[in-house]
Ligand binder design. Structure first.
Ligand code: NAD
Length: 498
C-alpha cells in the first residue's frame, strides 16, 4: 500500500510515529493509501528546519523571492492535468472542478509574485526638522496553515504563497483525507528554487495541530475548516500569543426576487448547490424565493433539473458531480436528509437511494431538494456540506434580507434581481461577508480579500489580497533625524513636531 509521509527540510520523509490514517478512493470506497500522522517530535523537527532556514530567506531580496513564485507557476502549469487527476482521485470532485481548484490557488501565487510592490512601506519625508518617518513590513518568522479537505490545492496555496513571498517559513498541515496534492505542491516549490526548510508539510491530526498551536516558535496560524475546530484553533492559538485567522463553515443563501430571470436563477442554483457534491464553503445551500408565485415557479423549474443531475465517477467528463469524500461523510449527509423529513420539510427530490452501477461501494448520493424549510429546523441552522438544497419561502423582500443576516453563519450570499435599487440596498444591508449580485458563488479574485463574517470567520484580517500581506508581516515604524548632531538639550516632555 502506498504510504504518504511528510515533507520536511526539503525532503520527503516516511512517518515515524507508527500512526496512520486511511486515504480512500471515494469512487470505490476502497483504501488507496495510508497517510502518516505526525508525532509532536516530527512537527517540532519541521519547525526547527523552518526556523533555521527563515533568516536567510527573509534576507533574500523580494524580487528574488518573487522569481521563485514565477518559476513555480511555470512548473505547475506543465503539471496541471496530472495534479488534477491526483486531486480528483482522493477528493472525488470532477477533473474539470479539480482544475478549477488548482487555478484558484495559482491565481494567489500570481498575486504573490507582486510581493516587491506589495511589501513596500510608507514614507513621510520632513515629518519634523530633519526628521523622516517611515514604516516597513517585515516577515513574522515561522508561520503555519491548517487546511480542509475540500480544496486541497487552492487553500494550501492561499496560505503558503503570500506567507513565503513575504519572507516567512511555512508549516502546512493539510487535511489527512487528501494529502497527496499538498505534498506535490511542496516538491514543485523546491524545484522552483525555494530553499529547503521554507515550505514544510506535516501530515497529521489533532496531535500535529496542537503542537503547532502551542509551540512558541510559530508566530501565526491560518486555519480553514469547520466552525467548531475554527473556534478551538482561534482560542488556543490566541491563548499562546499567536496571530490567528480562522475561516469556518457556512450556510449560503441565494435570494430570488420576483423580477429575476428564473432560468438564470435555476442554472445558478443547480451549479452552486450541487457542484462538487455541495462540498464547498461557498456552495448555495438555501434558496430564498420571494413571494408564493416566485416560489412555486422556482420549485417547478428546479425539480426536473435536480432529478436529472448526472452523478458519476470523478473522472467521467459528463458528470455534474462525483462522490462525497468519505463514507462517514456520506452517512452524515444522509442523516441530515432523514432529519429534515422528520422535522417536517417537504423532500421534493430524494437522492438518498442513488446507486451508481459498477460503483456500488462508492460514496455517491443523488441530489436532494427540500421545499418548505423553516428557520427553526436543524437542516436550516446547520451546515450539511452535501448535495442538498433547501428552499425557504420568504413572504417579502424584508424577510429575505433578514434570513441570511440573522443566520449564525455569514460566509456568502447572493441576490438574483433585475432591479438595481434592490440589489444596491441588499448589498448594503445584508450581514454577510461576501455578496453576489446575479452571481451565485461570489469568491473574490486573488487581489481582493476572501472572508466570511459571524461564525464563518474569526480574526481581523481576510485571506489573500492585501490582507494576506498584512497578516504575514509586522509593521515597523522608524523615526529618524538627520543630520544627527542637532543639539536641543534634554527634553522631558513627549516629543512633538511643533
Ligand atoms: P475540519 O474542520 O474537519 O478539518 C480542517 C482541518 O482541521 C484539517 O486539517 C483537520 O485535520 C484539522 N482538524 C480536524 N479535527 C481537529 C481537531 N479536533 N483538532 C485539531 N485539528 C483538527 O474541516 P473539513 O471537513 O476538512 O472541511 C470542511 C469544512 O471546511 C466545512 O465546514 C467548510 O465550510 C469549511 N471550509 C470553509 C472555508 C472558508 O473559507 N470559510 C473554505 C473551505 C472549507
Amino acid at each position: 500500500m502506498r504510504e504518504i509521509g511528510h515533507f520536511i527540510g526539503g525532503k520527503t520523509l516516511a512517518g515515524t510515529s507508527g500512526r496512520f490514517g486511511d486515504v480512500f478512493n471515494p469512487n470505490t470506497g476502497e483504501v488507496q493509501a495510508r497517510v502518516a500522522l505526525a508525532s509532536t517530535a516530527e512537527v517540532e523537527s519541521a519547525i526547527q528546519n523552518a526556523q533555521n532556514a527563515q533568516p536567510a530567506w527573509a534576507a533574500t531580496n523580494p524580487q528574488r523571492r518573487a522569481r521563485v513564485m514565477f518559476k513555480f507557476l511555470e512548473l505547475i502549469a506543465k503539471e496541471t492535468d496530472a495534479l488534477a487527476a491526483l486531486l480528483s482521485s482522493e477528493h472525488g470532485k470532477t477533473l474539470a472542478d479539480a482544475k478549477g481548484d488548482i487555478q484558484r490557488g495559482v491565481e494567489v501565487v500570481e498575486f504573490a509574485c507582486g510581493v516587491p510592490h506589495l511589501m513596500k512601506g510608507e514614507y513621510s519625508g520632513g515629518a519634523g526638522p530633519g526628521i523622516d518617518l517611515y514604516s516597513i513590513r517585515q516577515p513574522l518568522g515561522v508561520v503555519a496553515g491548517i487546511t480542509p479537505f475540500n480544496f486541497p490545492a487552492m487553500i494550501p496555496l492561499w496560505k503558503a504563497a503570500p506567507a513565503i513571498a513575504c519572507g516567512n517559513a511555512f508549516i502546512l498541515k493539510p487535511s489527512e483525507r487528501d494529502p497527496s496534492v499538498p505534498m506535490r505542491i511542496a516538491e514543485l516549490f523546491m524545484e522552483a528554487g525555494l530553499p529547503a526548510g521554507i515550505l514544510n508539510v506535516v501530515n497529521g491530526d489533532k496531535e500535529a495541530v496542537d503542537t503547532i498551536l502551542t509551540d512558541p516558535r510559530i508566530m501565526a496560524v491560518g486555519f480553514v475548516g469547520s466552525t467548531p475546530i475554527a473556534q478551538y484553533i482561534y482560542a488556543t492559538g490566541c491563548a499562546h500569543g499567536k496571530r490567528v485567522q480562522c475561516f469556518g463553515g457556512a450556510k449560503n443563501h441565494m435570494i430570488v426576487m420576483p423580477d429575476a430571470d428564473l432560468d438564470q436563477a435555476v442554472d445558478a442554483l443547480v451549479g452552486a448547490g450541487y457542484g462538487s457534491a455541495g462540498e464547498r464553503c461557498m456552495a448555495v445551500s438555501v434558496a430564498v424565493p420571494v413571494g408564493q408565485k416566485t416560489a412555486d415557479a422556482l420549485v417547478q423549474k428546479l425539480i426536473p433539473r435536480v432529478e436529472s443531475l448526472k452523478v458519476g465517477p470523478s473522472n467521467d467528463p459528463q458528470a455534474d458531480y462525483g462522490p462525497l469524500v468519505t463514507k462517514a461523510h456520506l452517512n452524515k449527509v444522509r442523516d441530515y436528509v432523514d432529519l429534515g423529513v422528520k422535522e417536517g420539510a417537504k423532500l421534493v427530490v430524494d437522492g438518498r437511494g442513488f446507486k451508481l452501477q459498477g460503483y456500488e461501494n462508492g460514496n455517491f448520493m443523488g441530489g436532494c431538494l427540500f421545499d418548505e424549510v423553516t428557520p427553526d429546523m436543524t437542516i436550516y441552522k446547520e451546515e450539511i456540506f452535501g448535495p442538498v438544497l433547501s428552499i425557504v419561502r420568504a413572504r417579502d423582500y424584508e424577510e429575505a434580507v433578514r434570513l441570511p443576516s440573522e443566520h449564525e453563519y455569514g460566509n456568502g450570499v447572493s441576490i438574483f434581481t433585475r432591479d438595481g435599487d434592490t440589489a444596491r440596498d441588499f448589498t448594503d444591508r445584508v450581514n454577510v461577508g461576501m455578496v453576489g449580485v446575479n452571481f451565485a458563488i461570489p469568491v473574490p479574485l486573488a487581489y481582493h480579500t476572501f472572508g466570511g463574517w459571524k461564525k464563518s470567520g474569526f480574526g481581523d484580517l481576510n485571506q489573500h489580497g492585501p490582507d494576506s500581506i498584512r497578516f504575514y508581516t509586522k509593521t515597523k515604524t522608524v523615526t529618524a533625524r538627520w543630520p544627527s548632531g542637532t543639539k536641543e538639550g534634554a527634553e522631558f516632555v513627549i516629543p512633538t513636531m511643533r
